[in-house]
Design a protein around this ligand. Structure first.
Ligand SMILES: [Zn+2]
Length: 311
């Protein structure tokens, strides 16, 4: 695979960004290689050729990998971890809440919450076509704890549990809190994604605030080619504001006649478009979460599946 950008980039001594293919857009994601005493890969959802090229360019091979650390159970993050582990015999670490979704495909489906969805079989066939490797089993060898540094030699990775995107979602500080891998608090124009049963809007909001309180100077996103260094607080604030904005858009759509979850989910509100029908599944999950909180806030009531705006 050839890209119009360098596959890897040294961010600081020992720390290399491995860029995903297709500008790191889903189902690709960036990874990090910590080229230190303990050769550590953080996430494994970039193209395998990108991971292998980075290792090779730095004088290593897959066999040299000592450890893979996963930020959460999603397919664009656990990615090629199972094959890389098989080839290298490396450790595989994740958050305790990630274990079920990482270990097996069945566990992942449970955490997605899509079993029984009318589009479930479409989703399965998309997954087995696009990313067949994620249907395999992953051998988790251990878990990390929030705030307890993972020692790589001269480099330390400090896990910051930041649930919301998923329950296990974890950012990492690299040595200090100036440079953070913010994973899927990804600062993309798309904004936050919370389309699983284990996703939660309120948790997502507090996690973004938690990152803002750390006042990082550099945020490494899983889905942007370059780390964000300009206006970091502003970018995080804008990302955070998306939830309230979407609340208002949904209220506007209800006002205009989309008075049920079913109608709302067919309308691209969170996704700007539906490139494949399976995106409806996740649109519906996300819209449902907005409706839940709008009910909680007294902005709407729902009677017999009909959404009624409060006066
Ligand atoms: Zn994710």
């Amino acid at each position: 695979m050839s890209e119009d950008y360098p596959v890897h980039l040294e961010l600081q001594p020992h720390v290399h960004l491995i860029r995903g293919a297709n500008r790191a857009k889903f189902p690709e994601a960036n990874a990090l290689l910590i080229d230190d005493e303990i050769l550590t890969l953080v996430d494994a959802g970039a193209s395998k050729s990108h991971i292998v090229k980075t290792l090779t360019d730095l004088g290593h091979s897959v066999k040299d990998l000592d450890r893979i650390v996963l930020t959460h159970f999603h397919i664009d993050h656990k990615g090629h971890a199972a094959e890389l582990q098989e080839e290298s015999g490396c450790e595989l670490l994740c958050h305790p809440l990630a274990e079920r979704g990482v270990r097996t495909f069945k566990g992942m489906v449970q955490d997605y919450g899509i079993k029984g969805n009318p589009m479930y079989s479409d989703w399965i066939s998309a997954i087995t076509t696009w990313v067949p490797h994620v249907t395999s089993n992953y051998r988790v060898t251990g878990t990390f704890s929030d705030n307890k540094p993972i020692d790589c030699g001269e480099t330390e990775l400090i896990p910051i549990h930041t649930p919301g995107h998923t329950h296990d979602h974890t950012c990492f500080a690299i040595n200090d809190y100036n440079t953070l891998l913010v994973v899927d608090i990804d600062l993309t124009r798309f904004g936050p994604w919370y389309g699983n049963v284990v996703s939660d809007i309120e948790q997502f909001e507090s996690s973004i605030r938690k990152i803002m309180e750390l006042s990082p100077r550099t945020c490494i996103s899983s889905h942007l080619l370059n780390p964000v260094t300009d206006n970091v607080q502003g970018r995080l604030a804008e990302f955070l504001a998306a939830f309230e904005k979407r609340d208002e858009i949904i209220l506007g759509l209800v006002r205009s006649g989309l008075e049920s979850l079913e109608k709302l989910a067919m309308h691209p509100t969170i996704y700007a478009e539906f490139p494949h029908p399976i995106y409806y599944i996740f649109e519906e999950f996300m819209v449902q979460k907005h409706l839940d909180r709008l009910v909680k806030r007294g902005r709407i009531t729902i009677e017999d599946d009909k959404i009624i705006l409060s006066r």
